[in-house]
Design a protein. Structure first.
Length: 196
């Protein structure tokens, strides 16, 4: 089994997330991408902007339903307290009997802050990082931005199209009664527009 883990808050999931997963799937010949929804992300514990987890699950289920290579993994929903990616990676490696590094899909901002993550060194040693660059950035700009922590990491840039879409942008547009319809898959939009 060749797979990648795609951790995130998915607050809400949008077409940029799905495009990253599809890019990773094709670029690296993966069989599966596990979307790991974080119910209590350590860096957002006090945020009032986080959509209730049961709604985020509903939106992800709708977004992933028509792709047999995408799966929603809810293991972090069963944990008490903050959820840490390193624990999820360890569990997935055991469950799928993986003898190689686990591919981990991350946006560039998350990748650049990786040194501050829980057990970052351990995470770095057991993962290959599939990194989505910022729109408009080339490989050299990314390489110039990484720190010495990243020197020994196994990482590669995804060849994803530069979609400047964020969950924050979608939530803001919804709140301001601006159009966001085509930033989400149709099924997700139909559910999300009905949420307060």
């Amino acid at each position: 089994m060749t797979l990648a883990i795609f951790p995130g808050t998915f607050n809400p999931v949008h077409i940029g997330h799905l495009m990253l997963a599809e890019t990773a799937l094709l670029q690296f010949g993966l069989q599966k991408v596990l979307f790991i929804i974080s119910p209590n992300p350590p860096n957002k514990l006090n945020s009032k902007e986080v959509i209730p987890v049961e709604r985020r699950v509903q939106l992800l289920e709708a977004a992933l339903a028509d792709n047999l290579h995408f799966a929603l993994d809810q293991r972090e929903l069963k944990r008490a307290g903050p959820s840490y990616t390193v624990q999820t990676v360890q569990e997935v490696r055991q469950e799928y009997k993986l003898n190689t590094k686990v591919s981990l899909i991350l946006g560039l901002d998350a990748f650049l802050s990786l040194h501050s993550w829980h057990k970052a060194d351990e995470l770095g040693s057991c993962c290959k990082f599939l990194v989505a660059s910022r729109p408009g950035w080339d490989k050299q700009e990314v390489e110039d931005s990484v720190s010495s922590f990243h020197d020994d990491l196994d990482w590669v840039l995804l060849e994803n199209p530069p979609l400047a879409i964020s969950s924050t942008q979608i939530r803001t547009r919804k709140k301001e009664n601006k159009s966001y319809r085509y930033l989400l898959p149709t099924e997700v939009f139909e559910l999300y527009k009905g949420y307060p």
